[in-house]
Design a binder for this molecule. Structure first.
Ligand SMILES: [Zn+2]
Length: 415
């Protein structure tokens, strides 16, 4: 199949070769081509150029010719942190918070993650698959071209495996790449409230061997924060996961300066995610590492907590990434264009910084940099075509409204 998109007003995110994730001030530049064409062969970006030289495709027989006059093409978003396998929405807790309860108070009353866990226990694998699959399709429709999905609402051997099998099934039907993360250490189940060590033993010695045997996960996550798992517990779990070939990607520094960044970097985490609370100490540690600093601004938006200090982290020359954290409790949306709006409006990132963080750096946060996240020959043609627009600044500017006209997955319009 040969697809040509011609007369593109501006093609954004061109990268000739991978030179590592984009760090610091470099986040504010992006390679573009005006009045461009893009050639896709069998779902892969084959070539691109300007309309002043069309020799490369003049004599090709095209399966599909798309005129993008006045429109922009950007790489699809890479959403490197989601929890889209869940049984039920949690709007009653949303109302509880409006009425004055904090996220921690709701969690302490058996709400929050434990509430999702109870509901997941009652759901069949088929039910979970069907609802997650429809959420995934909506994410793709909103421009996501690769995604990570976590377990973590099971919190028992059977239910964690059930979630991971759902993710494995999604991988078989999904048109976009999926990475699966095991998050058995999302919360301590009530029955282990007074025996944390027993639950950690269950994670390390029962869940990990079983999921590794079925090859159900790519990464291991721990919610390392106050009221959840300590850095010492996190270290224990990550080290054990590594023996099964699972690299760490962890929840860190959402609720305080709680040592998550330190234990993540110590274990060579692919990413440390959240980072609402960081200081120069965490910035220095991240600077001297290959760990991606992932920010999830819709959680801060939805919970009314402080946003990550993106400007300080850019000044510290860190590699930053943006993701949705799509989950029923603290970020019930996977719309990445809104994440860009929040990054710009509330974290003072420029639209270019936000786009780089949500595309190529997202790909690095999933070790998918060789197949997506930029306009590069040989990568998947997972692309967003905007409506008529002058430039990409309009994407975060038009918050809550989509400028997306079409999403191309492997060169085909996703319906
Ligand atoms: Zn999360």
């Amino acid at each position: 199949m040969t697809v040509l998109i011609k007369n593109i007003k501006t093609l954004y995110g061109i990268r000739e070769q991978e030179n590592g994730a984009i760090r610091g001030k470099s986040l504010n530049s992006i390679n573009t081509l005006n009045d461009a064409w893009l050639l896709i062969i069998d779902g892969i970006i084959a070539d691109y150029g300007t309309m002043s030289n069309t020799d490369a495709w003049q004599n090709l027989s095209l399966t599909n010719l798309i005129d993008a006059s006045g429109k922009l093409i950007i790489p699809c978003f890479v959403d490197s942190h989601t929890h889209i396998v869940f049984a039920k929405t949690r709007e009653s807790e949303f109302v509880d918070r409006i009425n004055g309860l904090t996220y921690e108070e709701i969690a302490a009353n058996g709400g929050g993650i434990l509430n999702s866990s109870a509901k997941l226990h009652l759901s069949s694998e088929d039910e979970l698959f069907n609802t997650a699959w429809s959420r995934l399709k909506k994410c793709i429709k909103n421009g996501t071209g690769a995604i990570e999905i976590k377990s973590g609402y099971g919190l028992s051997v059977e239910d964690e495996l059930k979630m991971l099998r759902v993710i494995k099934r999604l991988k078989t039907v999904s048109p976009i790449p999926i990475k699966a993360t095991f998050l058995g250490a999302h919360a301590i189940p009530l029955i282990y409230k007074n025996n944390r060590a027993e639950y950690i033993h269950l994670i390390c010695d029962e869940m990990l061997p079983l999921l590794a045997k079925e090859e159900l996960a790519d990464y291991c996550d721990v919610f390392c924060d106050s009221g959840f798992f300590t850095p010492e517990e996190t270290d224990l779990i990550l080290k054990k996961a590594k023996t099964f070939g699972l690299k760490p990607k962890i929840h860190a520094n959402e609720l305080g300066l709680t040592g998550g960044v330190q234990v993540g970097v110590l274990n060579e985490a692919i990413s440390v995610d959240h980072l609402e609370h960081t200081s120069k100490i965490e910035h220095d540690i991240l600077y001297n590492s290959n760990t991606m600093a992932t920010m999830l601004p819709s959680t801060a938006f939805f919970l009314g907590i402080p946003y990550p200090d993106a400007r300080a982290m850019i000044n510290a020359d860190l590699a930053l990434c943006l993701a949705s954290d799509y989950n029923p409790g603290s970020s019930p949306s996977g719309r990445m264009s809104f994440i860009l709006s929040l990054a710009c409006i509330r974290m003072k990132m420029t639209p270019t910084e936000a786009l780089n963080a949500a595309t190529i750096n997202g790909a690095y946060a999933l070790e998918l940099e060789n197949i997506c996240g930029s306009i590069t020959k040989g990568k998947l043609a997972n692309l967003i075509m905007t409506q008529s627009a002058e430039n990409i600044d309009l994407i975060p500017y038009n918050f809550g409204e989509d400028l997306i006209e079409h999403v191309f997955i492997k060169g085909e319009i996703f319906e």
